[in-house]
Each structure stands twice: as C-alpha cells, then as structure tokens.
Design a protein around this ligand. Structure first.
Ligand code: AGP
Length: 607
C-alpha cells in the first residue's frame, strides 16, 4: 500500500527519494510524488502512474538535499496528479505525505474551510497539511503534535516546512515508520527496503510516537513531549536479497526460491534427538504450552489459507481443537476470549491492519497472542507475546508464494512441538521431521517440470472461469490456488471442497469451465475421484494435480500434472507449487502485470 520516505543530508535528495520510492513500489501504488527543498523553495512533482512517469517530469539536476516522497494507493479521491502526495498548506511552505486513512477528515475539512483554508485535492490527507499550518508558529514538531491530537484513523505522516531547514518530522499511528541512521544523513520511511542501500541502523517507531530528524540528529517523543529512548537495531537483510536476479519476475523467482526458503524455515529449529521443534521465540514455557486447550488462528488472504491448513494438522496430530478466523471479522466481532485459548496471528508483512487490530483487540481482552511473520521488527511481530519468524526472505511480488510454504513450515513445527508434548510418540516425531526435511527436494522435483505447467497455462488461459477443488487438508490449498489465479491473471476462480460442488457449483460446469483437482493418495482419494467423474460426465475439462504413476486418474482427467508422493499431511506444500506456477504462466500468457497486479497492494495497511 502507500509508501513513504524522507531524506535529509548532504546528497541529492531527488535521486535518493526516487530510488527509495522505486524500492517501495512492490507494496502497490497508483501515483507518486516528491517535494524537495532548495534555497527556501519547495519544489513539488507529482504524477499519476508509475515512478518512471514521475521521473520523466523531474528535472535531472533538481537541487536540494532534503525532502519527502510518497507512493499513493488511492482511498479518498480518484487517481490523478492532484491527489498524489505531497500535499501542501495554503502558503505552499509546508508539505506532508501520509499513509493511512483519516476517518474524521470530513469534519476537519469543513472546519478548516470555514477558517479560510483552500483545498486543492479530494484526499483525506490534505487536511493534515492545513492543520499543521493552523498550528505552526515556527515549531514544526509542535504543529504536527497538535495536528495528530485531532486525527482519528491511521497514519504515518511526514511533514516539512521550508522555514525549518533540513528538518523532517514524522508521526505514527497504525502505519509503520522507521528512522534510518547514517553518518551525517538520516532517512525516515515506511519500510526498511526504501533505505537498505544507504543505512543498516534503524529505529522502529511505535504508535503515538513523533520523530524529528535532521542530518546530524534525531529525537523521538510522545505527544506530551516526553522524550523516548529507543533501541537502534541493525538490519540483517542484504540488498541482493531484494533483487530480481536473472528471473523475469519476482513472482517466478520467489516460486523457485522455495527449495531454499523452506530449508531456512527449519534451520536450527529441529531437535533430532528429542524429535521435536525448538521454537525459543514463542516465549512460552512447556507448562504454559501444555495448558493450551484451544487455538484460534487469525489472518487474511494467503496467510489465512495457510492457517486453515495448519488447523487441520493441529487437530489431527496434537488433538487441540483449532479454529481459524479472518482477522477483519474477528477484530469487530467482540470475540469471547476464554482462559486456555491461545491465539496465533499469521501475517507475511506483519503490517496488515486487520490482523494488527485483531491482535490488539485480543490483547485488550487478556488473550495470549503469538505471531507468525516474515518481516523482522514488523508491527505484528513486535506487538505479540512471542512467535515464529518464517524466514522466507523478502517477498517482493504482490502475490504471496514462498511465504505461504514457509508459514506452513513454521506452523508445522509448532504443531509438532504441541503434538510431542501430548500424544505423539518419539518415533512419530522422527517420521514427521523426516517428512519436513524431505520437502525441499520434493519441491525441487516439481519445479524441474515447470515447463509442463507453462504448457497447461497456454492451453487453458483463455478460460473465463475456473474451479479449484480439493478435500481435507488440501481444501485450503484449492482456495489458495483460486486466489493466486484471480490476483495475477485476473481470471475468475472459485475454490471449493470437491464434495461441495454437488451443492451448487456443479451448475457452472460446461466445456468452457476447467476444474483443477488436487488428488492426493490419502483417505479421501476415492471421494475426490468420484467428484472428478461427476465433472467429466458433464463435459467439464479436468486438470488433476496428483501423485506419481496414477493410471486411474490419467483415465479420467484431460491433463495430469504429477507431483512426488508424500505422507498425506505434507501434500499442501507440494500441491501449491503447480498452482502458483499455473497462475504465473496464465498471467504471462494474458500479458498481466505479474508482480504488481492492478488494484492490489503488498501490505494492506488500510481498511
Ligand atoms: C496474497 O497473494 C495476497 N497478496 C494477500 O491475500 C495477502 O496474503 C494478504 O493481504 C495478507 O497479507 P499478510 O500476510 O502480509 O498479512
């Protein structure tokens, strides 16, 4: 979603802001802008479209060594140049960038207009510029603090004034913000990726904090002017991890990385001797874990489907009743929090607003919340009691792929630990670990046949509707497969339990609606086969993702993609790979913007 960056130092701000915005573009955006100050003049450039379009209107040698920049993902007001950020006050001396949503913008705008302020955009964010103006008497930090005390909603705000040379002030509430520290220069941004090329030392701001930076110094305080001491953290991420390398798209790179990323998730976390998992980050003692009577996992999108897979597993191997709930629903549902229930929030980005708000609501009710996240230092990871980092490495493509399999791996280890503390025998634990450790090779086998999926995509990408069908632990994988195809190829797809088609979706079956069946050799195998036949006799094209050497399936399906055999609980890791590839190659066939699909954002930080 929106990305934000500010720079003050002695280098060209324009170049640094534009390259920072480019690094942030994976988050999803529709317009961009920068405001750079030189000799007391604010130079503003804003444009709808990609960073390249903005770049084309910014003069090559634009002078100035401090300023702010923003990628906008429209919420209030259409996508156009005027609604792009930065926004300015009536004097044109103050500029702001804002991530988030100001919920009381209408009443604030009315009041400001009555006071004589003139608005030029349709955005909620512009009220911030005028509010800062109304409070500004030479102290920008004071004016921003007074402003945020009137705001309802979420924000990450940067403000500059030409009258406060080389100072940038930032405030955070619900929208991530970091300060990056380097010699004689400072950055302030919504995401470490924007600054990684220039600084390794960062400070994560918390909600309610206000930061003021200049090239030599930084100060952090709360709205009551109490100074706050913050820990400086070192980013371990390397810039090359964020590069596309020889791949044509990040999505393809990330799909192929899964052989390595899954091994990273397991590394150092397997106790071979005791046949269990070592998860120190949980911050829960064995006694506390043993007292867990129920588990609820909450998440959104792909992370939610990973949660649903794991719910099957936890109930099966640890015998702990486990439910899943969309975080967007849970946060407003006034959930009943009972002693003995453990909550787990799953989020690749660690910034998804619905999941973050669900975590906060659960904590207000006294519930223990663990997180399963990819981004170290992200809001959800920091605000939960403990958790597991999935270590998939940065995921840049909007469509989540390697994070899904690593979320599974992280939570499978958690399930192993919970199971071993309860009913699972040592020998079973050993088998489970072996199955986990074999996944990387099996994924590698599937990836070797990516060209076969490419051929299938060529054959079927003209279809307007798809059904993805699976059962048991593979049912959530069918949902994930349908989500991937919708996201990147813009093809309508529905995920269903194969058993459910008779209750309605079978009416959709005709020769133009392909069904992708996930057929693993488990206890539901013959049931899935029956559903396949039901589709086939109604002339529906059938694509089966099934295990090696299965003649029975080949006789029914029009096309079969074979995956290696595995223990039944481990098929979700394998089934999802061809579905990711299928979505990717369909998108490619249809000329879609694979890495940044229309209307989507990588981390959804607004409602
Ligand atoms: C996945 O391909 C999507 N881009 C989306 O559904 C995503 O999984 C969802 O927004 C949740 O994100 P999170 O894992 O960062 O919380």
């Amino acid at each position: 979603m929106c990305g934000i960056i500010g720079y003050c130092g002695s280098r060209s701000a324009t170049r640094l802001l534009l390259s920072g915005l480019k690094r942030l573009e994976y988050r999803g955006y529709d317009s961009a802008g920068i405001g750079v100050v030189h000799e007391n003049a604010l130079q503003l450039y804003k444009k709808a479209g990609k960073i390249e379009t903005l770049q084309s209107i910014v003069p090559d040698e634009l002078e100035g060594n401090w300023g702010i920049g923003h990628n906008r993902w429209a919420t209030h007001g259409e996508v156009n140049d005027i609604n792009a950020h930065p926004h300015t006050d009536c004097t044109g001396k103050i500029a702001i960038c804002h991530n988030g949503i100001i919920e009381n913008c209408e009443s604030l705008r009315n009041r400001l207009e009555i006071e004589g302020h003139r608005f030029s955009s349709q955005t909620d964010s512009e009220v911030i510029a005028h509010l800062v103006e109304s409070f500004y008497e030479g102290n920008l930090e004071f004016a921003l603090k007074a402003t945020v005390s009137l705001l309802e909603g979420t924000y990450g705000i940067l403000a500059i004034s030409v009258d406060n040379p080389r100072q940038i002030v930032g405030a955070r509430n619900g929208s991530p913000m970091i300060i990056a520290i380097a010699d004689n220069e400072k950055f302030i941004a919504s995401d470490v990726s924007a600054v990684l090329a220039h600084a390794k030392q960062v400070i994560y701001l918390e909600d309610g904090e206000v930061a003021s930076i200049n090239p030599d110094n930084y100060e952090i305080s709360d709205v009551r002017n109490r100074s706050i001491d913050k820990k400086i953290e070192i980013i371990s991420l390397e810039l090359k991890e964020m590069e596309k390398g020889n791949y044509s798209h990040y999505m393809l790179k990330e799909i192929h990385e899964q052989t390595d990323s899954i091994s990273r998730a397991l590394k150092g976390r397997i106790d071979e001797k005791q046949a269990t998992a070592l998860l120190v980050g949980l911050n829960m003692s064995e006694t506390e874990l043993l007292a867990v009577k129920r588990i609820t996992i909450t998440a959104a999108g792909t992370s939610f489907y990973a949660a649903r897979v794991v719910a099957y597993l936890l109930e099966k191997i640890a015998r702990i009743p486990t439910t899943t709930e969309l975080s967007s629903e849970l946060r407003y549902r006034n959930p009943v929090v009972e002693r003995g229930t453990l909550y787990i929030a799953v989020s690749q980005s660690g910034e998804t607003i619905d999941t973050l708000m669900a975590v906060q609501e659960l904590q207000r009710k006294g519930a223990p919340v663990l997180s399963v996240s990819n981004v170290v230092g992200s809001s959800i990871a920091r605000e939960s009691h403990g958790g597991i980092y999935i270590h998939s490495g940065p995921e840049i493509a909007v469509a989540s792929t390697k994070a899904f399999t690593n979320q599974l791996a992280a939570m499978y280890m958690f399930a192993l630990k919970m199971a071993r503390m309860r009913h699972m025998a040592w020998s079973e634990g050993k088998k489970f670990i072996k199955n986990l450790s074999n996944l990387s090779d099996k994924i590698g086998e599937i990836l070797k046949n990516a060209d076969k999926i490419e051929q299938l995509a060529r054959k079927y990408s003209g279809a307007k509707n798809f059904l993805f069908l699976g059962r048991g632990i593979n049912f959530p994988v069918a949902l994930e497969g349908a989500l991937k195809l919708k996201e990147v190829a813009y093809i309508h797809a529905e995920g269903y339990s194969a058993a459910e088609i008779k209750h309605g979706p079978i009416a959709l079956i005709n020769s133009r609606t392909p069904s992708i069946f996930l057929v693993s050799d488990d206890h539901l195998y013959s049931k899935v086969l029956t559903s396949m036949k039901e589709v086939k006799v109604r002339n529906g094209p059938v694509i089966a993702i099934s295990t090696e050497r299965n003649e029975q399936i080949s006789r029914i399906a029009d096309d079969v993609f074979q995956i290696p055999k595995a223990e039944e609980d481990f098929y979700p890791f394998l089934m999802v790979i061809p579905l990711q590839l299928f979505a990717y190659y369909c998108a490619l066939e249809l000329g879609c913007d694979v890495d940044q699909p229309r209307n989507l954002a990588k981390s959804v930080t607004v409602e």
